[in-house]
Design a protein. Structure first.
Length: 347
């Protein structure tokens, strides 16, 4: 994604040279899952995706230091500047919020919402408009500026979940839309979410699926990997395990994401022929000014030739994968039961 405003810097690697233990089960044994080379931008270098041999969780090594990671969430990460189909994109985004609301209200009809990693706050504003007591939280100042610039009864907070004193048992709904994979310590995080929620409350997380068909087909080019920003890569099995260990009961796993899956598969497939990764999203954001003209012309021509053929194929493939339970993205609903155990967590 966009790193153009950042200077190249030395990457502060993990403090300890040895490989970390699994962030989900704390197992010490892991195997190489996929080597990844990031060729451009301020975090260019070699990374490894490693898989815990005990629980199957995949996580990135080295995990960058938080201050450096924070610089990778600039304004361009959250919204496209100059997107040419803005009216249509707005309509699509509104429909996505409505779909999310419908799915959620099957399980929890109203109450207090906490959307973690709210970005520009679109979902929070939508739910506030539907009568929810809606709060969004994000550690990106750029995102919060964007969220707070819109007129809404929603409340927006800066920082992480651990920076605020939410009353235990007070939240009816916690949501994370493509956010949980950015959180490097899921045990502590999920435990904290469980603690904040009232019995009967619902937790929803949408994440890329490392075991989905799109990831298997496109390997290291898969858009959902987003190395090194995605710290943890879930499958349905590992995400459900993490939730259950935090005290939740998983009630539903959706494999259909029309918002992300077809586009991610198209994006990752086209990266095979493009001269540089992420050309499609860079082009959509009008961030290709630094690409030499000939190279740019080749990539645009490749897109013009292959795009119309691949787009419907990716749509059909994604839909078929979701039907067979191996969608590129998953959405997991879990409930905090009335007498669920409250996990012991260190604050
Ligand atoms: Zn593990």
């Amino acid at each position: 994604m966009a790193h153009r405003s950042l200077e190249a810097v030395d990457i502060p690697r993990a403090e300890a040279p040895e490989i970390r233990s699994c962030p989900l089960c704390e197992g010490d044994d892991s195997r190489l899952f996929l080597p990844i080379t990031v060729s451009r931008g301020p975090v260019a270098g070699s990374f490894e995706l490693r898989q815990c041999t005990a629980c199957g969780l995949v996580f990135v090594e080295p995990r960058l230091a938080d201050p450096l990671l924070a610089t990778l969430y600039d304004q361009d990460f959250y919204f496209s500047t100059g997107w040419p189909y803005r009216g249509f994109a707005e309509w699509v985004m509104r429909e996505i919020q409505r779909t999310r609301q419908r799915r959620i209200q099957r399980y929890v009809p109203s109450g207090g919402l906490l959307d973690i990693g709210c970005g520009g706050g679109r979902f929070v504003r939508h739910m506030a408009g539907q009568g929810w007591r809606a709060t969004g939280i994000d550690f990106s100042a750029a995102a919060l500026t964007l969220a707070q610039s819109q007129d809404s009864t929603a409340r927006f907070l800066y920082g992480s979940l651990f920076d605020h004193d939410f009353e235990p048992g007070s939240v009816d709904l916690v949501t994370l839309w493509q956010v949980l994979e950015h959180i490097g310590e899921p045990r502590e995080f999920l435990g904290r979410c469980h603690e904040l929620m009232r019995p009967g409350g619902v937790f929803v997380a949408a994440v890329p699926n490392i075991e989905g068909l799109s990831a298997r087909l496109t390997g290291e080019r898969w858009w959902g990997l987003d190395v090194p920003r995605h710290l943890v890569h879930y499958s349905p099995r590992t995400l459900c395990r993490g939730l259950e260990e935090a005290g939740f009961t998983v009630i539903k796993v959706n494999h259909l994401s029309l918002q992300y899956d077809p586009y991610a598969l198209l994006h990752s497939s086209l990266d095979w022929v493009f001269t540089r990764r992420h050309f499609l999203s860079d082009l959509a954001k009008q961030q290709v000014a630094e690409v030499p003209p000939l190279e740019c012309a080749y990539n645009v021509a490749a897109l013009a030739v292959l795009g119309p053929a691949l787009a419907p194929l990716c749509l059909v493939t994604s839909a078929a994968a979701s039907c067979f339970g191996c969608g590129g993205f998953i959405e997991v609903f879990a409930r905090r039961e009335g007498r669920g155990r409250v996990p012991a967590i260190a604050h």
